[in-house]
Design a protein around this ligand. Structure first.
Ligand code: SF4
Length: 469
């Protein structure tokens, strides 16, 4: 387009304003205009098929995803819609992706699309089995450090930042300050939901670039048995407040052998949709930590149930207007493991740069090295060289499904445990996954053979191109 970055952002921003202004009158026409403009700006970042598929959804008025979009436009605050489109769409998907691709070639290492950081290890709850309860409020990334990470990240093309903990909203003033200072970035916090109040909802609305995922593990009895008496009701109240203020939020659910049916049941989905949830992140239980309970791991039948059920929830024939994503069974859409900086990595409250929120090993601390140096640490380079860890993306993880790989990477790279309370050896961690991995292998191979060919081939080609560049 030949426009400077800020001029292009302004043009795109004006186009979104005008589309939103008339969205109530002639929605289909204005949405198509926005897709045309997006194609003009972002062009080759996405395939022609992607733009055509979006136009088809818009024209199919009664399709599930058009009804979903209409609901978002009718119910979300206009500032949230605009800032999400600008920051997640224009900055992260367009401007950021272009820069990231260049930086990957220049620096010959993984440069992620998003960074997950823990502002604090403190939490106001004491859930059974959670490391935050043990760390307490000892560890924090200062506002200046968070600001510095985002500033360094933008130079590499990273415009999307997720926050977890501990409970990130223990630091809600600093989070809002960060959203304001980096108003061209998108922020997303994984929270227990109990610190959401009227004032915070108003602040979220004002900044427009912060969305939430609330943790829930089932209905009240199951949820509160681990999280504490009354927590379920507080999460319900938080959802009502967020919905009232037109904020974008969904759920983050750890599924286990005990709760996987409940958290995918029609009854549960209907309840959270009614409360205003727009999406669900399903996270497979990971047996991380010296005292982790291996019996919560799913057996092959249970995991296969999740594989089919999440696809069913997303399908056109299912009437649930919610977007569900399974962090373990949807590897095919993202080319397998996304960690080690390929698409994301994790900075804990101590500053340790870990490949993944579940993999607590590192040899780089952001208080001592730059972001780029952290991305070039030996363990991340081993991820870079090893990804994808399996050509079957239903077995993506170097820990859960290929435990021998994590063991060898951590040992070869000399990475240390970052668990400050009870350091776990990589042999102990991977030992808990060995049986699971061998039992899942034959089922995963059959499912992959029968169903999944979307991302694997594509990513292998893309990676070959990067390697040959
Ligand atoms: S390390 Fe495992 S859990 Fe983390 S992103 Fe990779 S596949 Fe997923």
């Amino acid at each position: 387009m030949g426009l400077s970055h800020s001029a292009a952002r302004l043009t795109y921003s004006a186009a979104i304003d005008s589309a939103l202004k008339y969205i109530g009158k002639d929605r289909e026409k204005n949405l198509i205009k926005l897709v045309d403009l997006t194609e003009k700006f972002m062009g080759g970042n996405f395939s022609q098929n992607t733009y055509d598929a979006i136009r088809k959804i818009i024209c199919g008025k009664d399709s599930k995803w058009m009804r979903y979009t209409n609901k978002l436009l009718d119910e979300l605050s206009p500032n949230v819609v605009k800032m999400t489109a600008l920051n997640l769409g224009y900055e992260a998907a367009f401007n950021g992706t272009k820069t990231i691709r260049k930086m990957r070639e220049l620096h010959k290492c993984n440069i992620p699309w998003l960074i997950l950081m823990d502002p604090t290890s403190a939490c106001n709850l004491h859930c059974t089995g959670c490391w935050a309860a043990q760390y307490g409020n000892k560890l924090n990334l200062s506002f200046d450090k968070l600001d510095d990470i985002v500033s360094q990240g933008k130079k590499l093309g990273i415009y999307f930042y997720m926050l977890t903990g501990g409970e990130p909203l223990v630091r809600k003033d600093d989070i809002i300050k960060l959203c304001k200072k980096h108003h061209d970035c998108e922020f997303h916090a994984f929270t227990n939901g109990t610190l959401v109040d009227e004032q915070f909802c108003r602040q979220m609305d004002e900044v427009g670039n912060l969305s939430l995922s609330l943790s829930l593990e089932g209905f009240d009895e199951v949820n509160d048995s681990r999280r504490g008496e009354g927590v379920f009701d507080k999460v319900m109240e938080a959802m009502e407040l967020l919905k009232k203020h037109g904020q974008l939020f969904g759920l983050s659910i750890c599924y286990t052998s005990k709760n996987y049916r409940t958290v995918t049941s029609d009854e549960f989905l209907d309840m959270i949709i009614e409360k205003g949830c727009r999406y669900i992140w399903y996270f497979h239980y990971m047996p991380v930590g010296n005292s982790a309970a291996a019996e919560l791991l799913l057996d092959p039948d249970q995991r296969e149930y999740m594989y089919h059920r999440v696809r069913e929830i997303r399908s056109e024939s299912c009437d649930k207007l919610i977007f569900a994503f399974d962090f373990q069974n949807d590897g095919e859409y993202v080319g397998g493991c996304i960690a080690g900086g390929r698409n994301y990595f994790h900075i804990n409250a101590n500053g340790d740069c870990e490949p993944c929120v579940f993999i607590h090993y590192s040899s780089a601390n952001i208080n001592e090295v730059s972001l780029l140096e952290a991305l070039k640490q030996p363990l991340f380079m081993a991820y870079h060289d090893g990804q994808p860890f399996n050509s079957n993306h239903l077995r993506p993880c170097p820990m859960l499904e290929n435990p021998e790989l994590l063991m060898s990477m951590v040992e070869k790279c000399g990475a240390k445990s970052t668990d400050l309370e009870s350091p776990e050896t990589v042999e102990h961690l991977c030992g808990k996954c060995a049986l699971y991995a061998s039992e899942w292998k034959s089922r995963a191979d059959r499912l992959w053979e029968e169903n999944s060919h979307f991302g694997g081939t594509k990513y292998m080609n893309e990676k070959d191109e990067i390697k040959n560049a």
